[in-house]
Design a protein around this ligand. Structure first.
Ligand code: ADP
Length: 591
């Protein structure tokens, strides 16, 4: 049989997709291969098809049991003999598979990476006729990737033990650095490198600042997708439950999915979702890896993921069938604080700093006004043209942008006049003519920029500050001090126009301020976040949490949601001293 016949007969496809043939031919020529292709690009076919043209067995290393299981089931459904070996199986089952392997009855064998360190298994492999090894999700090899797995590191033994057996490595997400790491760690010999464009043209990407808990924004988005399948990602188990309940109360069919549910419940939801019996799954990131459901029409993130790799993989689950699909990211400053806390809590591993950098890239992406497809591609060292109208930024007409050159110059001027020695909040307070002690003591109320920016709220000024940071007009130095860059100096001199999406300045204005004094009426989700921040500060200072703020203070904070120092001082239990110590950290979470 020719490869074209196999393509039609076993896989039911009329033609190869770009790059598939190239990889298949390289594998047939016994070359090592490294393929980077977005999710849904059709990587599995690249190793499954040539296997059917070969005599022996192809050994596929894959990180997740569920993934292997799905693949084996799909292959068997196509009449291809496949099996997996896992620690979950009984001795009899694995003995039976071993016997089949020895009889050359299995074409594709799926195993977890840890199995390759098992001497018994390695001996078995030496007795078999192995076509080639496949390393799926190969980015797990690299510490610079986002899903490093210790077990993947040991895969270097493959080339040592089986020097003549080729290796084909596949991943959807790899920067050039991760690519080099994969080649080096697996010991690939002069591999055929194939890199697909990361442009997923059937995805329309949106990212928006979250208003409150984002539920109303979610509902508005779902109105455009009535009856369609989709995934809504949230950060915590609790929020999967609360968002799913909210949707159910609005008549939308949704189910939660998180690691705390029983295996039965999880499997049931997974099955029903794949079978289109449940429309929406509200999940933590535990859900969806390797999911083989091609008609997912939308993916929503209710909070910011910790890396662009995660984000790209998660949105990549939409539209695998190539039909138009949509993604929405809702984010806020509080997400950043929370993600930073997660990273802080990691053991002091060498790539902790790396994790912070990855988060920074994610934040820049979320706030960016550039083409989103292009930004993602650039992050993965790929260059593409702008998407024209497949993202909110490119589709936004110029009229939705406003000229903020004047306030931008005011802000830059205030930074320059205070000798680039202060943080953004302080600078903004000067512009807004605050009577704060420190400003008066420093004599900054005498500056020409003092009080010239009352037209904008503090939140709006902070947005303008963010924009200048995104543009590279300012940079943050030690102690969060804001400094001008060369480009910033040019903006200050009026050499550039600064445009900002209108909605970024209006979000805070339109969010109604709630003045609630009944503690029963507090925002429970926010309260939870405040508590986390409190325990973080407490452990950092080696004091009990109630010393930082009492529960009553936290409840009052989550009811009143203060947006400035003045408003913060109205909250139960917060005076100047407490504000000085902890105020800014809590404000960052609230604003
Ligand atoms: P990846 O592993 O890269 O995420 P898959 O191998 O799961 O992608 O393939 C994604 C989808 O594309 C599957 O539904 C598969 O059947 C389909 N597919 C793969 N190759 C082709 C092809 N040549 N023509 C049409 N559909 C294809």
């Amino acid at each position: 049989m020719s490869k074209f016949e196999i393509l039609e007969d076993y896989f039911g496809h009329k033609q190869f997709r770009p790059l598939q043939e190239e990889v298949i031919d390289a594998i047939m020529h016994r070359e090592d291969v490294l393929m980077v292709l977005p999710t849904g690009g059709g990587k599995s076919l690249c190793y499954q098809l040539p296997t059917l043209l070969m005599e022996g067995v192809t050994v596929v290393v894959s990180p997740l049991l569920a993934l292997m299981h799905d693949q084996v089931t799909a292959l068997k459904a196509n009449g291809i003999s496949a099996a997996m070996l896992s620690s979950m199986q009984s001795l009899e089952e694995s003995q039976q598979i071993e016997a089949q392997l020895r009889q050359s009855e299995i074409k594709l064998l799926y195993v977890a990476p840890e199995r390759l360190t098992n001497a018994y298994f390695l001996n078995l492999l030496h007795d078999l006729n192995i076509n080639f090894f496949v390393i799926d999700e190969a980015h797990c090899v690299s510490e610079w990737g986002h899903e490093f797995r210790e077990n993947y590191r040991r895969l270097s033994l493959l080339k040592a033990q089986f020097p003549t057996v080729p290796i084909a490595a596949f991943t959807a997400t790899a920067t050039k650095m991760v690519e080099e790491d994969i080649v080096a760690n697996l010991g690939l010999q002069n591999p055929k490198r194939v890199r697909g464009s990361l442009f997923r043209e059937n995805l329309t990407i949106h990212a928006k600042h979250r208003i409150k808990d984002g539920k109303e924004q979610l509902l508005a988005f779902l109105k455009l997708h009535e009856g369609e399948s989709g995934i809504v990602y949230t950060l915590s188990r609790k929020s999967t439950e609360s968002v799913a309940q909210f949707l159910q109360s609005k008549g939308v069919e949704a189910r939660p999915y998180h690691a705390g549910l029983s295996t039965e419940e999880k499997n049931g939801t997974y099955r029903d979702f794949v079978a289109d019996k449940v429309q929406i799954v509200v999940a933590t990131i535990a859900f969806g890896m390797g999911i083989d459901k091609s008609n997912i029409r939308f993916v929503v993130h209710m909070t910011m993921p910790k890396t662009l790799e995660n984000y790209y993989q998660e949105i990549g689950r939409a539209g695998r069938d190539g039909l138009e699909s949509e993604t929405l990211l809702l984010f806020s400053a509080a997400d950043i604080v929370q993600q930073k806390m997660f990273i802080e809590d990691l053991p002091d591993i060498p790539y902790k700093a790396h994790a912070f950098n990855k988060l920074d890239s994610m934040v820049r992406y979320a706030n960016s006004e550039e083409c989103r497809h292009q930004s993602i591609a650039a992050y993965f060292d790929d260059t593409i043209a702008t998407c024209v109208d497949k993202c909110d930024n490119c589709a936004a007409p110029e009229s939705e942008k406003i000229d903020i050159t004047e306030p931008a110059r005011m802000l830059l001027s205030a930074i320059a006049r205070t000798e680039q020695k202060f943080g953004l909040h302080y600078i903004v307070d000067i512009l807004r003519g605050s009577r704060e002690q420190r400003i008066l003591q420093n004599g900054h109320d005498n500056l020409s920029v003092y009080g010239i920016g009352e037209k904008y709220s503090k939140a709006q000024w902070l947005t303008i500050g963010d924009k200048l940071l995104e543009l590279g007009a300012v940079e943050i130095g030690e102690f969060k001090v804001y400094r001008l860059t060369t480009f910033g100096v040019e903006v200050l001199k009026g050499k550039h126009t600064v445009l900002l999406k209108k909605e970024r300045l209006s979000v805070k204005q339109s969010a109604p301020k709630r003045k609630v004094t009944y503690f029963d009426d507090y925002d429970a989700e926010l309260y939870d976040k405040l508590r986390k921040l409190r325990s973080h500060i407490a452990s950092e200072n080696g004091i009990p949490p109630y010393i930082v703020f009492s529960d009553k203070t936290l409840k009052d904070l989550s009811a009143k949601k203060p947006q400035s120092k003045e408003e913060m001082l109205e909250v139960h239990g917060i005076g100047e001293v407490k504000y000085e110590r902890y105020g800014e950290a809590f404000l960052a979470l609230l604003t």
